[in-house]
Write a protein that binds this ligand. Sequence first.
Ligand code: ADP
Ligand code: MG
Ligand code: MG
Length: 514
Amino acid sequence: MDIGGLETVVANSAYVSARGSVDGAAAATMRDKKMRARLKLPHIRECEHMKTKVDSTFDSMCVKQPVGKRLFQQYLDSDATHKNAGQLWKDIEDYVVCQEKDRLQKAQKIVNKYFESKSKTFCSFLEEKAVTRVKEDHKNLHGDLFKESQQQLLKHLEKNALTGFKNSMYFLRYVQFKWLEGQPVNEEWFMDFRVLGKGGFGEVFACQAKATGKMYANKKLDKKRLKKRKGYDGAMVEKRILAKVHSRFIVTLAYAFQTKSELCLVMTIMNGGDLRYHMYNVDEKNPGFNEKRACYYTCQIICGLEHLHQHRIVYRDLKPENVLLDDAGNVRLSDLGLAVELPPGKDTTNHCVLFTGPNHVCFSSQVENEEVARRIINDPVNYTPAFSKDCKDLCEGLMMKDAATRLGFKNNECAELKSQPFFKDINWGRLEAGMLPPPFVPDPRMVYAKNIDDVGAFSSIKGIVMDNKDDDFFTEFASGNIPIPWQEEMIETGVFGELNIWGENGKLPNDLDP
Ligand code: ADP
Ligand code: MG
Ligand code: MG
């Protein structure tokens, strides 16, 4: 074996072993003790001043932010007036994600416990209407059976429990966590593993958050290359959008920081590699996917695009190398550097989207951009015999020249598209809840990335000098921890549980004593 090949083997084995240790309890063993010790809640006196400044709107603090929600639920549990409501909330959430076979039993239990006026845990704040609907409906089960009730439950809690929470020690604990979340991060917090891929402004590495053991991907953007090639706007858009969207079909951004020479985006690691790799590099003689697999990925891509469109974001960079597979074989969209956010009132963007689709628009020969555009606009598509009728119909519908008849996002959803015959075997509800088993599961011992040598190096950039304006931009970019994913990491890796310890008498946390 040559030295390059050996380097890849060694790097792969370090990466695979770090990755493998990150399920559940084993993550703790991979932590760097010194870095873990730096994750420490401050004395409440140190963050008292933040009490009025932290994000404390009900929906954000008590529902969306995982640590805030946990603490709010602990408060509900500790308070006799709200205990029932808190339990109902947990039971509904448990119902939503339960297996089909357990649905009936769980629904029945919830109805008996909270919806029957003679039950001692009856929730009188639920509106009559919703109560009746649930009682009538629960033989006819679907995941959103209790959706209306949950909305009423949350409204009730906002009105009746938010103030109590804000006056409780649980809120002070939330403030302590917000302080910790706001601490600066830099490269010291991460350990790099092998390179996973290469982009326009730098490389993407597998990395590990040293303090918790959680694996991420670190997309490094070279500052000089960004400046030279006018990449600032794209980088900022990518960061802003990734920090804003939270969907299982789009990679999540957890940290944005800078080093001397790079801007870094730390996001969900997609260990299964990109779809381009699977189409062309896994079985070189037999490229592409069968229709079942193509259909499954298409569905998840549609859900990702739908989520973006609902947030008025146009993606504009859909291609196989930007769609990535996770450990379980689900795909997410990544690479939002070309995306745009539409301002209110504006519904189109002036950038032509080049979607090469299922290999039928021929880009293989060197053709000029104008010729490519001409072919896309004028030429009919040639489908190979591998395309079924349903699949062909879908492609035609998606590529209608007239935007009004083209399949896509209408009335704030993709309902028409999802109901096409090509998707007739798909249960969209289960797919959207992440419960549909993927058609292909990546091998946990495999590395779905090119050999390190084949990733290709960058040439060094000369003659670029940075000034204050550049530094201002870098500072704005490097905003640190992104709240929701950071809190998720703390919970998932057990750090939240280790830090969220209360004082001896079971009432005051030990650091709250005067
Ligand atoms: P660019 O914007 O320069 O195209 P990308 O974000 O597409 O950069 O990243 C380049 C490549 O790096 C991708 O095609 C993919 O192979 C790999 N990659 C990117 N993000 C991840 C990730 N989150 N997990 C695993 N691999 C990734
Ligand atoms: Mg890309
Ligand atoms: Mg990009």
